[in-house]
Design a protein around this ligand. Structure first.
Ligand code: DC
Length: 219
């Protein structure tokens, strides 16, 4: 079975997807982490974030691996754990540019489809319902107000131990800028699939969102 969860930055996709994956023993695949890993690789190689052929070569050299360790998803590249590095503001600010590159998307979508073909999956991202898994049995589009998403991101930073000097207002601006870029890129932009169910999580608890999605899956 395939479950697709799409939506803008910090709408709660990964939080609920992880819980549902645990409850149903599905494999959770965080596709945003893969594009973030591509961005870390580009930076480590000193490449311009628009240098498509250079970035593709560097990804081939270093590789990207998603591993589950003690119930947590970890991201490895070139033998190193880059799970914290992929969440830093510098990477967040540049991931939209890297993820808009046609070759990078083609490579990641190929990988994502391979992973999804082997097992029951719940996959979160921007184009899962529209492009990566168009035949997913359940498609969810999560939205929330920009302010509440900024507050959640700040909380998420604290929980992950990531230091930041950014205020909620600055984070809200960054999130809005990233959403704009992700929604307006040429290839598979952030968009609700026609057959996706939209859930506004602004005033919902995590448990409420999880229950609503579990009900759809059970149906
Ligand atoms: O979900 P996230 O915020 O970690 O995703 C980081 C970026 O990766 C997001 O701003 C756009 C890109 N992305 C994408 O283009 N397609 C996906 N399926 C997932 C993420």
């Amino acid at each position: 079975m395939q479950v697709a969860i799409d939506g803008p930055a910090s709408a709660g996709k990964s939080t609920v997807a992880k819980i549902i994956a645990n409850k149903l023993s599905f494999v959770y695949i965080d596709t945003g982490a893969m594009y973030r890993a591509c961005t870390v690789i580009a930076r480590n190689h000193g490449l311009d974030y628009g240098d498509e052929s250079g970035i593709l070569k560097a990804i081939d050299e270093d590789g990207i691996e998603l591993k589950s360790e003690n119930g947590e998803q970890k991201v490895y590249s070139d033998g190193k754990d880059i799970s914290l590095e992929i969440r830093t503001p510098d990477i967040s600010a540049n991931v939209s540019q890297v993820s808009a590159l046609a070759g990078v998307r083609e490579k990641m979508v190929d990988l994502q489809r391979k992973m999804a073909g082997q097992t029951n999956v719940i996959m979160d991202g921007r184009d899962i319902g529209t492009t990566v898994l168009p035949n997913a049995e359940v498609k969810i589009f999560l939205v929330a107000s920009a302010k509440s998403r900024a507050e959640r991101r700040l909380l998420d930073f604290k929980e992950r131990g990531i230091q930041t000097d950014q205020t909620v207002e600055e984070i809200e601006k960054d999130i809005a800028a990233r959403d704009y870029k992700d929604s307006h890129r040429k290839i598979s932009p952030l968009k609700k699939a026609d057959d996706a169910i939209e859930i506004d999580t602004t005033s919902m608890t995590i448990d409420q969102v999880v229950d609503e999605i579990l009900n759809k899956i059970k149906k």
